[in-house]
Design a protein around this ligand. Structure first.
Ligand code: MN
Length: 317
């Protein structure tokens, strides 16, 4: 343990390791990682993307990043339970703060997000983004395609396909993967959507494991099927918190009943160690509809599983 008595978000000496700090006080960076824009030696940068003006129902996901950071203090004091290793022992992770954009110039926001993300990953680190409504994944994907090439595999957890056909130029959190597919940013034939439970007759060729399929076939079958489709591919992982059932994640804009439990989702991610993950996000946490921070807390656990996957990707082993 470092000698620093608290506020590791400001005063951490090493970017590695888990340092106990009281859960109820102090500066609330993501998992008490150091707030820093210095990316030298950094393996993963965490950033918030506080946009919620593309939502179709309840707004509020702009408060998601702050809420997820605050909830993360409940986990940051100990090593993650059951993981083969602590991701913070293998990865130097910093919280580089939120993406800044001009909400008064909405037409400039997507490019601001893309530029913010690309500036980070172009220096080397992986990026873990905290939404924001799900539209933010579109500029984030563009930034990752600029670095890793088009035709990325999308591993997409959600109640919704987000591939509804749309008119060019519209900005909406339910249509961006239509454009990501049509523009070749993601390759549907090598992508998987998990937990869907809303109707969209046109899959665009995405592999879909809808929520009833997950409940009927179980965690191990989901893991096998995802691995089968994604094998060897660079993968962008996006997790809309509404993939979880509203009983586990009420704090979101467009909840749909019949979803995954937190345990199912965490177990599926845990089982995917070895996939070639190149970028990741957790989106759609809207804390004003939450109860006892359970949605934000679920988002933190999911983000930690993503860091575990990033630390377990083939390039590092
Ligand atoms: Mn959704």
């Amino acid at each position: 343990m470092e000698k620093c008595a608290g506020d590791y978000a400001l005063h951490r000496e090493s970017l590695y390791g888990t340092n106990p700090e009281v859960t109820y006080a102090g500066v609330t960076s993501f998992m008490r990682r150091k707030y820093s824009r210095d990316l030298a030696g950094v393996d993963v940068a965490v950033t918030g993307v506080p946009l919620d003006t593309a939502t179709t129902n309840r707004p509020g996901a702009r408060f998601g990043p702050r809420s997820i950071r605050a909830a993360s203090t409940m986990l940051a004091w100990e090593r993650p339970y059951g993981m083969p290793f602590d991701p913070f022992d293998k990865l130097a992770v910093v919280d580089c703060g939120d993406c800044v954009f001009d909400f008064g110039r909405p037409e400039t926001v997507p490019a601001s997000i893309e530029d913010h993300a690309f500036a980070i990953i172009n220096e080397g680190p992986g990026l873990l983004s905290l939404g924001g409504d799900h539209f933010v994944s579109y500029p984030l994907l563009k930034a990752h395609a600029k670095k890793h090439g088009k035709g990325l595999s999308l591993l997409h957890f959600d109640a919704h396909s987000d591939t509804w056909n749309d008119a060019p130029g519209r900005v909406d959190h339910g249509t961006m993967f239509y454009w990501a597919a049509k523009e070749g940013i993601v390759d549907p034939s090598r992508s998987v959507q998990v937990g869907l439970r809303t109707s969209n007759p046109d899959t665009l060729g995405f592999h879909t494991l809808d929520a009833p399929w997950v409940h009927t076939n179980g965690i191990a079958a989901v893991i096998d099927e995802i691995k089968r489709v994604l094998v060897g591919q660079p993968v962008y992982l996006t997790f809309d918190i509404d993939c979880l059932d509203p009983s586990f994640a009420p704090g979101t804009g467009t909840p749909v009943c019949g979803g995954l439990s937190t345990y199912q989702a965490l177990s599926i991610l845990r089982g995917l160690a070895g996939i070639n993950i190149v970028g990741m996000d957790v989106v759609e946490v809207a804390p004003q509809y939450d109860v006892a921070e359970i949605t934000s807390l679920a988002a933190v656990h999911l983000a930690m599983e993503m860091l575990y996957l990033y630390a377990s990707r083939p390039a590092t082993n």
